[in-house]
Ligand binder design. Structure first.
Ligand code: UDP
Length: 251
């Protein structure tokens, strides 16, 4: 199976991959390693190295990191907190994760910008689409923080929104498993992985790739979602080169 077509308009094609600009979405939980909460610095470092190895190919990289390792709005509202307040707390958690990733990437010599949907000028840049595009053209990794800036959304929707705005060729969703299965592979030995699956099947069968609004936004803009395992060393770079196992949603 071939991956997304190259876009011939941009200069300096990346080696080993046809992709020029991609979105990497990871959950906040991916940063906590085997800890039950918060950030696990060696795990943050390992993921930063994965991102650097793709950046070294000349690929322009956008990132969205969730906040579930620190706070989720639904969790707060279940404990009696007002929902929108809880969601803003979740959005602030994503800013902390973005700063941790920025620090790790810059420690590896990769230039980055943290760009927040909620302005906080002392900490990071506000989101201005044209400015973000310019950063990408200058090969700075853009880490989009604070989700969409609105309650009742998730960072999956934020990743899809920014991927569309930045004209990414695909979203790479790094998870703990190597794709989308018909049932939970952690619970069922006979779970089968899809090579490809349509957006409508993901929605109809509730396959749990991303929430429904993110899938619908990807579908309506024909943006492929590649689900792969972030636990596999070299996995991100391999998947961009079309190697390894993964599931492609839509496209
Ligand atoms: N959130 C929000 N609006 C957004 C993105 C995120 O309100 O556009 C809040 C929401 O409360 C969510 C939390 O931020 O639970 C953390 O994001 P998410 O659950 O997507 O993180 P992940 O599961 O990817 O770690």
């Amino acid at each position: 199976m071939t991956l997304a077509p190259a876009q011939p308009t941009r200069e300096q094609p990346a080696r080993e991959t046809t992709y020029r600009r991609v979105m990497l979405k990871i959950s906040g939980e991916a940063l906590m390693g085997n800890e039950g909460y918060g950030l696990h610095p060696p795990t943050v470092q390992r993921i930063a190295e994965e991102v650097k190895s793709v950046h070294d190919l000349g690929v322009e990289i956008c990132m969205v990191i969730g906040g579930g390792n620190i706070f989720r709005g639904l969790q707060g509202s279940a404990q009696g907190m007002e929902r929108t307040t809880a969601d803003y707390m979740g959005m602030l958690a994503t800013v902390m994760n973005a700063l941790a990733m920025q620090s790790a990437l810059e420690g590896l010599g990769v230039f980055t910008r943290v760009i927040s949907a909620i302005p906080m000028d002392q900490v990071c840049e506000p989101y201005i689409r044209r400015r973000a595009v310019r950063h990408l053209e200058k090969k700075r990794v853009c880490i989009f923080a604070a989700g969409t800036g609105n309650p009742y959304f998730t960072t999956d929707t934020a990743a899809t929104l920014r991927a569309n705005e930045m004209k990414c060729e695909a979203i790479f969703k790094g998870t703990k498993v190597d794709g989308v299965y018909d049932k939970d592979p952690a619970k069922f030995d006979d779970a089968t992985r899809y090579d490809t699956v349509s957006y409508d099947d993901v929605l109809a069968k509730r396959l749990g790739v991303m929430d429904a609004s993110a899938i619908a936004l990807a579908r309506d803009n024909n943006l492929p979602i590649i689900v792969f395992s972030l636990d596999e060393p070299g996995g991100f770079r391999g998947i961009l080169a079309g190697e390894g196992t993964y599931t492609k949603v839509g496209g």
